[in-house]
Design a protein. Structure first.
Length: 292
């Protein structure tokens, strides 16, 4: 019965969004999520016209399950409160059975987060009774021990979701508001190692001032379900694109990533990354010489 109820509510919300899309000529690409081939071009064409929201979370359940639907509905409700009609959540907006769509999505995801009007980080393992301390404004002034250990700060894909947006709004398990990235700079710097200027509002404009090794270091202790994703999740941080080849292994994926990075920026700190062994250094130099 709970599943039927959540599906009924989601259908009602979908009909509402579809009704709005009929009067908005730019709404159609975003109404189905960025799996549409036209989504990125729509955002680039008129970023101030189309307002969209994204959510960053840890995949603990699929959207087809009641718990997953509840997450989608809660996210939609918050977006609606901000006056945003179109939302994107990777749980149900990427067709992972299509290798073409998956590759396009992974290469474009950083841009989608960057262009989003609102980005919500849902820390599903931060529980209400583990929180302590609020400021007079109602924002938590300290990320306590339990939020510090949230899986959200340990996953590979959430790194770009922390950095790419203009700002990030954090929510905990019961969807109670935790705080905003730009107001938690000291705490988030201590947790993630990301430089404070990057965590400020619109901090992405400072990204080009940091070395390749510095940006790589942010991912050093993060984990992904698939080994290749450790490399794929960094594509946007370096502004590069490359084919997604699951099964090639972590080192091969990182090697291809480093070739792409070196082609776009001459930064020898790239050789400091742990995934590049000494034989690979020689191989990388050979590949780069052949392409000069």
């Amino acid at each position: 019965r709970k599943l039927e109820e959540t599906e009924r509510r989601l259908d009602a919300l979908s009909r509402k969004i579809e009704g709005k899309s009929q009067t908005d000529p730019l709404s159609d690409p975003l109404s189905v999520g960025p799996g549409s081939a036209n989504t990125e071009s729509s955002v680039q064409r008129s970023p101030d016209t189309v307002k969209s929201a994204t959510v960053s979370h840890v995949h603990e359940s699929q959207a087809a399950k009641p718990k997953g639907w509840a997450k989608v509905l809660a996210f939609c409700k918050i977006a609606e409160q901000f006056g945003i009609s179109y939302v994107w959540i990777d749980t149900c907006c990427i067709d992972k059975n299509s290798s073409t769509e998956l590759s396009e999505s992974l290469n474009s995801m950083f841009a989608w987060y960057r262009c989003a009007t609102l980005c919500i980080a849902y820390l599903s393992d931060v529980k209400k009774n583990r929180w302590h301390g609020n400021s007079s404004r109602g924002f938590p002034f300290s990320f306590g021990r339990y939020p510090r250990n949230s899986d959200w700060f340990k996953r590979g894909w959430t790194l770009q979701e922390l950095i790419a947006p203009k700002d990030v709004w954090f929510y905990k398990q019961d969807w109670a508001f935790l705080g905003i990235r730009s107001e938690l700079v000291d705490e988030l710097h201590e947790i993630t190692g990301v430089q404070k200027e990057i965590l400020q509002k619109n901090g992405l404009e400072h990204l080009h001032t940091l070395s390749v090794a510095a940006r790589m270091s942010w991912a050093a202790n993060r984990k992904t379900t698939r080994p290749e994703d450790l490399a794929y999740s960094l594509l946007g941080l370096f502004g590069v694109n490359m084919p997604i080849l699951y099964g090639e292994g972590e080192q091969n994926a990182f090697f291809r990533l480093q070739v792409m990075i070196f082609q776009s920026v001459s930064d020898h700190s790239i050789f400091a990354w742990k995934a590049l062994s000494l034989p690979r250094v020689s191989q990388l130099w050979k590949v780069l010489r052949e392409q000069v």
